[in-house]
Design a protein around this ligand. Structure first.
Ligand SMILES: C[S@@+](CC[C@H](N)C(=O)[O-])C[C@H]1O[C@@H](n2cnc3c(N)ncnc32)[C@H](O)[C@@H]1O
Length: 335
């Protein structure tokens, strides 16, 4: 039977498969196909920005439904409100539901567990709150708490989305930054959460040391647990305000600023600890129409504090609202 899939080079296959799985849109009921050095990975949605969606004949793996919507008994007119994607963090599924579906939240949770064998509990997400960016979560199906171990590119990450920010959708961005890291780099991750960037970098590259700062004390606890799980020793978790904690650190080859709401406020602090020719990766959510204005304001702010910068690349990471997107700016410090 013909099904929707995306065609990706074999070398990219594992990364894309893991990403689709973490977004809850991998069709696990079909076998992945191959075609001339490419993989055909079955997908549960007809909208996916990163790859063109095509149709292909892929072998059916089981008779049970693979899309939670097919396992769910709710009035037909409500089905259009069901989310197409959700996050999977380890064995915890995290889903946002519109108000109209709240009376059915437990059935929705149960159907997610039914079709995703790796999911133990389902948490309903009412949004990220406060400076710590922690999700407001309510368990709607399954047993036990939300502490879990998430796997990303062979790295085991201790996480609990009710205690510390964790976003499986940043897997590709972590991979991208890790692939830029050269041997012996000193890296500062200013808003590190449970240190997922540091963990992936240590696994895929050979940095000298990574300072992982976060203001949330639970972040350090999870970072240390993951370091143990992966036998990683060159991450230094630090609990504190990045603007203060960074003052005690040596100059870095690379600074990661993953605080999309307000990262630019800390740009001068970051540049004060970035070597000349070093790179700052600054994540920022902005109006798509105001990209040039934002770049101009960063150049002006850096200049007024005595730092020269060049924007090497600007990458749109994801859509945030009809008019806004999350971007990453790779900013080079120059003389
Ligand atoms: C968007 S999250 C990013 C977490 C992490 N980079 C990841 O990919 O999972 C931003 C993090 O910044 C932390 N944070 C907010 N303000 C901070 C500050 N002034 N200094 C240090 N950390 C801060 C929050 O606790 C949160 O964990």
């Amino acid at each position: 039977m013909t099904r929707l899939c995306i065609r990706v080079p074999k070398t990219e296959g594992e990364r894309v498969r893991a990403e689709l799985l973490s977004k809850g849109i991998l069709d696990t009921g079909r076998r992945i196909g191959s075609d001339n050095g490419f993989l055909l990975i079955p997908i549960l949605t007809d909208e996916y920005d990163d790859h063109e969606i095509i149709e292909a004949d892929l072998e059916h793996l089981e008779h049970a439904p693979t899309d939670y919507k097919d396992a769910l008994d709710i009035p037909e007119e409500l089905k259009e409100y069901l989310p197409t994607s959700f996050d999977i963090i380890g064995d915890v599924a995290v889903i946002k539901l519109p108000d109209i579906l709240l009376p059915y939240k437990n059935s929705i949770g149960d159907s997610l567990i039914k079709v995703n064998r790796s999911v133990r509990i389902v948490m309903m997400d009412s949004g990220v709150k406060g400076d710590l960016r922690i999700r407001e979560l309510e368990r709607i199906a399954g047993e036990g708490g939300s502490a879990t171990i998430h796997k990303e590119f062979g790295v085991r990450m201790a996480a609990d989305p009710s205690k510390v920010y964790f976003n499986p959708r940043l897997a590709s961005e972590r991979y991208r930054i890790a692939s830029l890291v050269k041997d012996g780099e000193i890296i500062i991750d200013m808003f590190a959460g449970a240190a997922p960037f540091g963990l992936v970098i240590c696994k895929r590259a050979r940095p000298k040391i990574i300072y992982s700062i976060d203001i949330n004390p639970d972040a350090e606890r999870f970072a240390r647990k993951s370091m143990e799980l992966n036998r990683i020793e060159n991450i230094v978790p630090i609990t504190g305000d990045a603007a203060e904690a960074i003052k005690d650190l040596p100059e870095a080859d690379r600074v990661i600023m993953n605080l999309p709401q307000t990262a630019e406020v800390f740009l001068a602090d970051a540049l004060s600890k970035t070597k000349v020719s070093g790179i700052v990766h600054l994540h920022k959510v902005i109006e798509r129409s105001e990209l040039d204005i934002f770049i101009g304001s960063m150049e002006k702010e850096a200049g007024s504090r005595g730092f020269g910068i060049i924007i090497d690349t600007v990458t749109e990471l994801k859509t945030y609202s009809p008019t806004m997107s999350v971007y990453v700016f790779d900013i080079r410090r120059v003389e």
